[in-house]
Design a protein around this ligand. Structure first.
Ligand code: ZN
Length: 447
């Protein structure tokens, strides 16, 4: 992986996608797909307003050109051109003069975070409204008439989503899903689709993949419902997957486990964190959060896991204008990308092995398996170019690791099982497997 290139792409995507006013439908989403399309080969699909998708119906398409509030002196005190978060997302059109008492009922602020503009939506209830910083709201004059304008349209149109696949040897698939329906906010939500595009780019370079990979980018909540309702045939091939969201903040990493809690997607992620010695907050599955709510519902039961860095709901700037480009440096997206890649590498190489010399201990000495030096720090298999302490795996003494491997190689333990039982890092077990295969001491078991 070329880290410098990944950071440059992240930086480019952050800056070009940030200003766009996105929603669950509309031209902002299409423009987002056009830009992401420079790096990920999405097939773009449009589904019409009114289409029934399970319990949901695709709403009218929303587009917006402009919005403002002018004070009694004609000054623009709220301007959509400066921040698209100022308008309640999906607001119907309005243009009129109103007094302060009526205006204040239409304004959302955050008294506890007075510098931030809150992000609000009203997708399924027809209304209009504005969001502004509480400190600016406090300065509004109570006399005179305010002019409010929202130049938006709610018309029959379509909902846009994108999907693409990378074919592996197996028709079994790993799902990599994210969403792209939030306006100018970065951790929630640009971090998800950008890491998704980078992940696609890296996996696309692989000459050999065991699993196939399905990348889906949709508006949150209604998007997976529309997608799954139109692609029910794919569900049986999906083994499990990842929902990419809020993965670039300055705070702690977190892992939201799948509803199973110990599926290979969970094991892969947890082992990755353990191996690198990176601490994280464990979030057991709950039926809230992001699109795991849809993928894991009773009709589909797809186990999905999420790596977060400042998880949704949990950080102060969540769903506000302060979740901006300063909050999420491209370097954070690279870190999360590495963790996901490491987890996927593990899923790809999670084999079972059988000892070919199972009767008593193997004599290691006569096979040259006593290494000259033991212990030591090993650089990540991801080929990290700069020395970042977070991304070093601490290998254990090699003789101990070989003994554990040979002890557990009875054909029933996968590498995940071995790593869990022995605490030998997964990557070290992989290297030992190759060595022991060379020495004809083990063989791979068909899983
Ligand atoms: Zn959100």
């Amino acid at each position: 992986m070329n880290e410098k290139e990944c950071i440059e792409i992240s930086d480019y995507l952050l800056k070009s996608l940030f200003p766009i006013c996105r929603s669950i439908t509309g031209n902002g989403v299409r423009e987002t797909f056009r830009i992401l399309g420079e790096f990920i080969d999405f097939n773009i699909k449009e589904y019409p307003t009114g289409l029934q998708c399970f319990d949901w119906k695709i709403p009218k398409e929303w587009n917006i050109k402009d919005a403002y509030i002018k004070d009694p002196d004609g000054n623009k005190i709220v301007d959509f051109q400066k921040s698209n978060i100022h308008v309640v997302n999906y607001s119907e059109a309005v243009h009129k003069k109103i007094g302060f008492d009526e205006l204040k009922k239409k304004i959302y602020t955050l008294p506890d975070l007075p510098d931030a503009i809150p992000y609000r939506t009203s997708y399924y209830n027809k209304k209009w409204g504005f969001c502004m910083a509480h400190k600016d709201f406090l300065n509004l004059k109570q006399e005179g008439e305010y002019e409010v304008l929202i130049d938006s349209s709610l018309e029959n149109g379509s909902l846009t989503l994108g999907e693409c696949s990378i074919q592996g040897e197996s028709k079994e698939e790993i799902l990599v899903s994210s969403y792209c329906c939030h306006p100018s906010m970065v951790n929630d939500n640009l971090s998800g689709p950008i890491v998704q595009a980078l992940l696609y780019r890296e996996l696309k370079k692989r000459k050999k993949l065991k699993y196939s990979y399905r990348f889906v980018l949709v508006p949150e909540t209604i998007g997976p419902i529309v997608y799954l309702s139109q692609h029910q045939e794919i569900v049986n091939n999906i083994v499990g997957g990842f929902v990419l969201t809020t993965c670039g903040g300055p705070g702690d990493f977190g892992v939201k486990r799948s509803f199973l809690g110990n599926h290979i997607v969970d094991k892969a992620v947890l082992e990755t964190f353990r191996e690198y010695g990176i601490s994280f907050i464990n979030y057991d599955f709950r039926p809230d959060g992001s699109d795991e709510r849809q993928y894991s519902s009773p009709g589909f039961r797809i186990p999905v896991c999420t790596i977060s860095k400042d998880k949704y709901y949990e950080y102060d700037y969540y769903h506000t204008s302060l979740d901006n480009l300063d909050f999420v440096p491209p370097e954070n997206l690279l870190k999360t990308l590495k963790l996901y890649l490491s987890a996927i590498d593990k899923i790809e190489s999670n084999e079972k092995y059988l000892s070919l010399s199972p009767y008593g201990e193997v004599q290691l000495g006569k096979r040259g398996l006593y290494p000259q030096t033991g212990g030591g720090q090993h650089q990540s298999a991801l080929g990290s170019e700069h020395q970042e302490e977070d991304f070093f795996i601490k290998y254990i003494d090699e003789v101990d690791a070989i003994c554990w491997f040979l002890f557990l190689a009875d054909g029933s333990n996968s590498l995940f099982d071995m790593a869990e039982r022995s605490k030998v890092p997964f990557e070290q077990l992989k290297e030992i497997a190759n060595k022991l295969i060379d020495k004809k001491l083990i063989t791979k078991v068909e899983m």
